[in-house]
Design a protein around this ligand. Structure first.
Ligand SMILES: [Zn+2]
Length: 116
């Protein structure tokens, strides 16, 4: 049984549809699109990363049952956001617009990552 204690560190500024680079584990060095984030459990799911085979019971689409391949979660601290501007894994800083809207920006190239 894995240690399920709640993570105390803040969730990184990663959102669905972001491109992230995996920095730890068997898929280290691969990047992909975030398909789901779970802030409570500090997890992210990344397209085609950390694939597991999952047994399924027989149903209408698979009358015999079988296995499906499915993305398993990664710990949110094991991925880094990849900047859509400079295409490098980067840390994020926040810029606050005059309107009060908070946007993420890349610490490497300083470009805004979020749509304004
Ligand atoms: Zn950048």
């Amino acid at each position: 049984m894995k240690n399920q204690k709640l993570k105390s560190q803040a969730f990184p500024p990663i959102k669905k549809d972001d491109k992230v680079l995996v920095t730890v584990g068997k898929d280290k060095g691969k990047s992909g699109k975030v398909i789901k984030v779970d802030r409570l459990l500090h997890r992210v799911y990344v397209e085609n990363i950390n694939i597991i085979k999952k047994a399924v019971k027989p149903n209408q689409t698979a009358p015999q049952g079988g296995f499906i391949e499915k993305e398993n979660f990664l710990d949110a601290s094991n991925v880094m956001l990849e900047c859509p501007n400079c295409h490098k894994p980067t840390r994020i800083s926040h810029k606050i617009l005059e309107s009060g809207k908070k946007l993420r920006s890349c610490k490497k190239c300083n470009e805004i990552i979020d749509q304004k």
